[in-house]
Structure formats: structure tokens, C-alpha cells
Design a protein around this ligand. Structure first.
Ligand code: 89Y
Length: 353
């Protein structure tokens, strides 16, 4: 559901995973859905073109669905998730789930009450270099982490050409990219207990903030003091010597060493034994846009994990319920920046659950 920029990668990634049949596409502008339906056969070698709808109610009435994958702009997520739940169809929803916690809680509650699963398509944690970095952390080679810096900074006008809607969002850096970066912070270092955030707008031609920095105190039993100090820096307006888009960079300091994910997918591990470096480039796919290679290729393992969750083979990592914690972080970060204060995070603000 939704045939904009990201559908052009999400769909071929499904064909790459295999075991799925794309029966229908919805888009509010029908011609856009028709163009993507034609590409399914011509470019991505699907045996049949999916049927096309510009009315989601009609799609749910006519089609027999095992699940829907919602890839629309964020404001359409909640109504479509509620519609799917009312038809008892399991859902995958693109990030950010919703623009406020109450709406996201309502989406999770509706699916849970309908007895269907809700997953969030959170692909950054599935990137090849990020999985490799997590494996180094989990190996214990740097001991317990005590501090980390996660950076997603770039200057790439093409991003706004591909996703013009980003220019209009009143909440940009934290909602669009912060959703990914906070998910990574949680994936690596555990759920934060408190956060402090600052934002600013550098580009004059956009509605929201294009720069944000947040410091999280992540709970990690075993870590010195039981927590990791994690700083997340995000920017759409930082010119760097080496173009970094769309790489996420890490610098993790631990009790026995340091591990870093640096540009061009290099992981450097430094311990008392010296520094060991290895490159972890993403797999290449013909359908991926080379400008987004590391992100687009991560859609394949992300979809595979969600499909396994839908089939009940094993629990998927990024459930709606889990992602609520990320939505909460994004929105508490806005609160922190607006009030210039440290926010203590509580996790019981979803009464419907
Ligand atoms: O929208 C963003 C996302 O989810 O991944 C990269 C992006 O396209 C721009 O930062």
C-alpha cells in the first residue's frame, strides 16, 4: 500500500526474499500504482502484474490477503493499519509508525485486539556493516561498552528530490532519521532511562529541523554503572570530506577496547593486541539505487525476518510493540529540545495495551 519512492525497493526486495506473491497494489493516485504494477513484470520478473486499487476499502473487500505492507507517507499509516485490523489482516508498517505516541499505541492496540500481528519495517539494524558491528560487540572483544557515538550526518540534495515530502515535515530529523538511529541505540545498548536533546534548522527551505543531537542513558546490565552513555548525531546539512550518505557511523568505547564503524564500511577493532580492520560492504542488487546501496540491500534480510515472524517460524525483531519504545524516544526527544530539559522515560503511557 503506497507506491512512492520506497515501494520501488521494498517490492523487489520481497521478490528477492521469495515465497511471496504480490496480488495487489494500492495508491491514492492510481496511475502511480499502475506504473509500479507494470515494473513488477518488466523489471522485477514477477509472473503476473498485481491488481491496482485507488480505494483501500475496495482492496480489502476484494482481495484474500495474508498480510499487507504499508509504505505510504507517515500520516496514512494509522488509518490503513486500523483498516487492516478491521479486516483481520496482519500488517507491516513503514517507520515512523505514527507522529505521536497515542496514535502509535492505538495502532498496536487495534492489531492486538483483532488478533493480528503488527510489524514495523525498521531496516537500518539489518544493514551488513551494522550486523557485523553488533557481532563484534556481542563477542565481548571490547568488554562492556560504556560510551558510544552514533552518527548519521550528510549533505545530499538528492534525498529531498527523491522524497519531496521530507521538505514539508514539521518534524524531520528526529522523526525520519531519528527513528532509525534510536532503534539502533536500543538494539545495541538497551532501552534508555533518560534523554536530553537539542535540534536546529540550517536549511531555510524546509519546514522542520534538519539537525539533532540526543544524549541517551541506555540501561545495560553488566556495563560499568549499568548504563551506556550514547550520543546520537543526525544532520541533513553537514558537508563532509567523504560523502557519507546513507551510512551510519559508530564509535563504541568498551572496558577492553574500542570498535568503530567508519566510512566505506570499515570496522576497526582496537584492543591491547592492536588494531584489526575489515571491510563489510553490503550485498549488491540490480534493483537497488547505488546512492542508497547499504540501505536498500538491508530491506532483504529485514523482510525475510518479518516474513518468518508472519509465518510463526521465529519471532520477528521489530514488532509494533517493540517499536513503540522507539516512537516514544522520538517524541520525548522533541519534548526535551522544546523545553531544553532532561526527560526521564516512563514506559507505561499506553493505557490501551
Ligand atoms: O527517509 C530516510 C530513511 O528512512 O532512510 C534514509 C532516508 O531516505 C533519508 O535520510
Amino acid at each position: 500500500m503506497g507506491t512512492g519512492f520506497w515501494a520501488n525497493f521494498q517490492i523487489p526486495a520481497w521478490f528477492e526474499v521469495g515465497g511471496v506473491e504480490l496480488v495487489a497494489l494500492y495508491n491514492r493516485t492510481r496511475s502511480k500504482a499502475e506504473a509500479v504494477a507494470a515494473k513488477c513484470v518488466s523489471d522485477w520478473h514477477a509472473p503476473n502484474a498485481p491488481r491496482v486499487y485507488d480505494d483501500p476499502n475496495e482492496l480489502f473487500r476484494r482481495e484474500q490477503l495474508d498480510f499487507v505492507d504499508i509504505i505510504t507517507e507517515a500520516p496514512a499509516h494509522a488509518p490503513l493499519v486500523h483498516l487492516a485490523a478491521s479486516h483481520r489482516v496482519p500488517v507491516i508498517c513503514q517507520k515512523p509508525m505514527a507522529s505521536d505516541i497515542e496514535t502509535a499505541c492505538g495502532m498496536v492496540a487495534a492489531c492486538s485486539q483483532a488478533g493480528v500481528s503488527l510489524f514495523v519495517h525498521e531496516n537500518f539494524r539489518w544493514q551488513t556493516p551494522i550486523r557485523a558491528l553488533k557481532a563484534v560487540l556481542d563477542s565481548g572483544k571490547i568488554g562492556w561498552p560504556f560510551r558510544a557515538r552514533i552518527q548519521y550526518i550528510f549533505y545530499k540534495p538528492l534525498v529531498f528530490e527523491n522524497q519531496p515530502m521530507l521538505k514539508t515535515l514539521e518534524k524531520l530529523a528526529l522523526a525520519d532519521v531519528g527513528s532509525h538511529i534510536f532503534d539502533l541505540a536500543r538494539f545495541f545498548f538497551g532501552d534508555p532511562q533518560s534523554l536530553y536533546c537539542q535540534t536546529t534548522r540550517v536549511r531555510p527551505d524546509i519546514a522542520g529541523e534538519d539537525v539533532a543531537s540526543a544524549m541517551l542513558r541506555c540501561s545495560l546490565p553488566g556495563a560499568p554503572g549499568g548504563h551506556v552513555i550514547c550520543t546520537c548525531d543526525m544532520s541533513y546539512s553537514s558537508r563532509t570530506e567523504v560523502e557519507q550518505f546513507p551510512q551510519t557511523l559508530f564509535y563504541i568505547e568498551g572496558s577492553q577496547g574500542t570498535v568503530e564503524l567508519s566510512p566505506d564500511f570499515w570496522i576497526r577493532l582496537t584492543t591491547d593486541e592492536g588494531t584489526f580492520a575489515r571491510r563489510h560492504p553490503p550485498q549488491r542488487f540490480a534493483w537497488a539505487d547505488p546512492d542508497y546501496a547499504v540501505v536498500h540491500s538491508s530491506i532483504v534480510p529485514c523482510n525475510a525476518d518479518l516474513l518468518a515472524g508472519l509465518r510463526g517460524d521465529h519471532p520477528a525483531e521489530t514488532t509494533g510493540e517493540d517499536n513503540l519504545k522507539t516512537v516514544r524516544l522520538v517524541h520525548r526527544a522533541y519534548e526535551s529540545a522544546a523545553q531544553n530539559k532532561v526527560i526521564q522515560l516512563d514506559y507505561d503511557d499506553c493505557p490501551a495495551l
